[in-house]
Design a protein around this ligand. Structure first.
Ligand SMILES: [Zn+2]
Length: 156
């Protein structure tokens, strides 16, 4: 467990850390979906010894387990709110800070008609593409973590 770590956004599949600071900034329905997602992802991790074996925490194992976890998350959130099941979809836009070292992500998460918004930080090197969009420079070290800056609020 960590609290408001810049290296962990909700959780880290690789290290196993869960950020209770990020979870506490979300409404109950969203937080419940995240907790279910994290647990389902770990339950679904393939390989000898499952998630308990750090050697199984690979990119490809993550991809499969993450997809199963997205379904679980959608089913928890929509059933808590009495809405028809819908998987999670997400859009984000990235805003650089003045120091160009950390960027703010403004995220919209939807489960069908249910919509949440929040902002989080992320450390890394970024560049602006020809289309004017800011992207992570993956040739340099970057963290997939971050911290929730603005509470996760349900807007629909
Ligand atoms: Zn996941």
């Amino acid at each position: 467990m960590v609290k408001n770590s810049d290296n962990v956004l909700f959780d880290s599949f690789k290290s196993g850390e869960v950020d209770i600071g990020d979870l506490s900034k979300a409404e109950n329905s969203y937080a419940a979906g995240q907790v279910g997602h994290i647990l389902q992802e770990r339950i679904s991790t393939e390989g000898e010894g499952g998630y308990s074996n750090p050697a199984n925490r690979t990119e490809s194992a993550f991809g499969k387990a993450h997809n199963t976890a997205l379904s679980k998350e959608g089913s928890i959130v929509t059933s808590m709110l009495g809405k028809p099941y819908s998987p999670r979809t997400e859009t984000q836009n990235v805003v650089p800070n003045s120091a160009n070292t950390a960027y703010q992500y403004n995220v919209t998460v939807s489960y069908g008609s249910v919509v949440y918004q929040y902002s989080h930080s992320m450390q890394g090197s970024f560049y602006t593409g020809d289309d004017g969009k800011v992207r992570i420079d993956t040739s340099k070290p970057f963290g997939l973590g971050g911290t929730v800056l603005k509470n996760v609020k349900r807007i629909k």
